[in-house]
Design a protein around this ligand. Structure first.
Ligand code: NAD
Length: 260
């Protein structure tokens, strides 16, 4: 049991990758707070986890762009479980458009969810982690933390930015026992990706099948999607790592799409 009785917050855990991470953490004994904009889905996910693993789970209504909601959600977890051991800042959306058509409001929304979300959740949990002298923060980056693709200006900018923020917190938190790392998945078949397939097909003037085979998987070594379970395993590896040797790092899981 790598996370026995650890208090874990996963944002955006009502769906997709975050949901798989919450399940994997609970399967290793972790108590998980499902912090999500979608309150009904968060409650359903928390109920499922409690029933399946017998560990405690909480549904937290949280818009990660709201300082007040983030602070209140973290306070709720601290009051229930006495602290926070693991934060996974994962909530995210995608909006695709070429720069000349990218609405400024969409740009700001993207940066707010991905960057303000990571900043605000980290800011809220750090005092509790520092008080204990330990903690593990994970940001959900992307291959787009390292690589660019057309139509994704805000997403690529935000995902690159997460690397910088993680490295700063790694340096500030390292001396206080807190580590911060970034997971960089390739394409994972979740609602976030399903939504972009027809949008990219329309924008690029190609079929949906071509979007999947050429745009999304064309540069992998085997034409395979990364899965939510793959990313949950990487998250468990970082969260459950016994020492703070891994700090300020980013790990790409993308079927060889991007190598470094
Ligand atoms: P998803 O759409 O399945 O889940 C995203 C979750 O985030 C949803 O439950 C949604 O309600 C929640 N959310 C959205 N805005 C929120 C907000 N403001 N506050 C709180 N919760 C909010 O998407 P996913 O594919 O699982 O994506 C999760 C993360 O993984 C994102 O950061 C995404 O950028 C990243 N990622 C995804 C892929 C992929 O291919 N799916 C690849 C690399 C990185």
């Amino acid at each position: 049991m790598k996370l026995k009785d650890k208090s874990c917050i996963v944002t955006g855990a009502a769906s997709g990758i975050g949901n798989a991470i919450a399940h994997r953490f609970a399967s290793e004994g972790g108590k998980v707070a499902i912090a999500d904009l979608n309150q009904d889905a968060a409650q359903k996910a928390a109920d499922e986890i409690k029933a399946k693993y017998g560990t405690d789970a909480l549904a937290i209504a949280m818009d990660v762009t709201s300082e007040q909601q983030v602070d209140a959600g973290v306070a709720q977890v601290v009051s229930a479980w006495g602290g926070v051991d693991v934060l996974v800042s994962n909530a995210g959306i995608q909006i695709v458009n070429p720069v000349e058509n990218y609405a400024f409001a969409d740009w700001k929304k993207m940066l707010a969810i991905h960057l303000d979300g990571a900043f605000l959740t980290s800011k809220a949990v750090l005092p509790h982690m520092y008080a204990k002298g330990s903690g593990s923060i994970l940001f959900m980056g992307s291959v787009h933390s390292k690589e660019a693709s057309p139509l994704k200006s805000a997403y690529v900018t935000a995902k690159h930015g997460l690397l910088g923020l993680a490295r700063v917190i790694a340096k500030e938190g390292g001396k206080k026992g807190v580590r911060t790392n970034v997971i960089c998945p390739g394409f994972v078949r979740t609602p976030l990706v399903d939504k972009q397939i027809p949008e990219q097909a329309k924008e690029l003037g190609i079929s949906e099948d071509e979007v999947v085979k050429k745009v999304m998987l064309g540069q992998t070594v085997d034409g395979e999607f990364t899965t939510v379970e793959d990313i949950a395993e990487v998250a468990l590896f970082f969260a459950g790592f016994e020492t703070n040797a891994l700090n300020g790092q980013s790990l790409i899981a993308s079927h060889g799409w991007f190598m470094e």
